[in-house]
Design a binder for this molecule. Sequence first.
Ligand SMILES: NC(=O)c1ccc[n+]([C@@H]2O[C@H](COP(=O)([O-])OP(=O)(O)OC[C@H]3O[C@@H](n4cnc5c(N)ncnc54)[C@H](OP(=O)(O)O)[C@@H]3O)[C@@H](O)[C@H]2O)c1
Length: 315
Amino acid sequence: MSDNIWEKNGWTPERLGSLEGKTYVITGANAGAGFEATKVFLSKGAEVVMLNRSEEKSEAAILELKKQFGENAKVSFIKMDLAELSSVRKAAEVVIKKVPKIDTLICNAAIAQVAKQQLTSAGFESQLGINHYGHFLLINLLFERVEETGKRIVIVGSNGYKSGLKAIQFDDMNFDKNYTAMSSYCHSKLAQMVFAYELQHRIKAAKKDVDVFVCHPGASRTSLAKEEASFTTNLILTILSYTPMAQSAEKGSWPEVMCATEDNLKQQAYYGPTKRMDMVGPIGECQLEPHVLDREVADKLWKLSENETDCKWHL
Ligand SMILES: NC(=O)c1ccc[n+]([C@@H]2O[C@H](COP(=O)([O-])OP(=O)(O)OC[C@H]3O[C@@H](n4cnc5c(N)ncnc54)[C@H](OP(=O)(O)O)[C@@H]3O)[C@@H](O)[C@H]2O)c1
């Protein structure tokens, strides 16, 4: 059961006024939902700093954005590979130096459906390493800047959190024994969301003034899984993407834009499309399953993530 909080049509960018003077820092913005979200921000006069892995794709994206929004469009790119903790640290340093104000930090980048188990150079299962550990470290490094200037973090999750194991597999985080493309992807998105809701708790307990919002794009026609998935998975996803169970990348970006900009959103909530099993349709609040809010699991994951990424939170 879903709850649509913005009337029949759900949230749309039509609700947005001018975003002049706002700065959005977003990971994985050279394609898919992140790229579409960037277009919405630029169309309203905001500045966007993209943290992307591929230089080539980022330059092409900026060219396209400047063609659409003019040479003076405030969009730039800092190279960051979430798979490499050293790259995340370096990118965060550049952000701290060059981006004095972060209105919202949007953790959007991801890889998905990696056909065969792959490890990052730090030895993490690749989806867990990129989607969760990379963002865990990035948020830690930029938290103070966000707290001082913008007070908002958005985590782009996935309905996958309620598929697969529905549990953090602490005794085999890399899926050495039971790897499948689907369950390892779902595991990484569950980890991101478990962390996000725990971050909300800890921020509140520390009496800090930062909001963390969690959303998902439903099923959107993006480049997700195109490079990493097996031929069969790609075929199935491509066929599905042209059925009424999927929507455009543009619509897929709206939940993250909403979470980056809208007042009166709730903590411990999950925002995204609300029709056809929350895959498409009006953007509103989706039902959140309780396994993602287990604080014992969250605490264990938090400590593990601090150890693995060699960072310490003061929360
Ligand atoms: N599309 C869907 O149906 C769907 C469903 C549920 C959830 N989601 C979530 O929605 C978010 C956006 O995904 P999307 O569908 O828009 O996918 P997408 O089109 O593949 O875009 C993903 C972005 O992440 C970047 N990225 C990948 N690996 C990276 C790394 N190691 N370091 C830095 N950036 C990296 C990619 O850029 P490079 O190629 O330059 O690395 C790209 O810009 C993700 O969090 C995904 O899990 C999507």
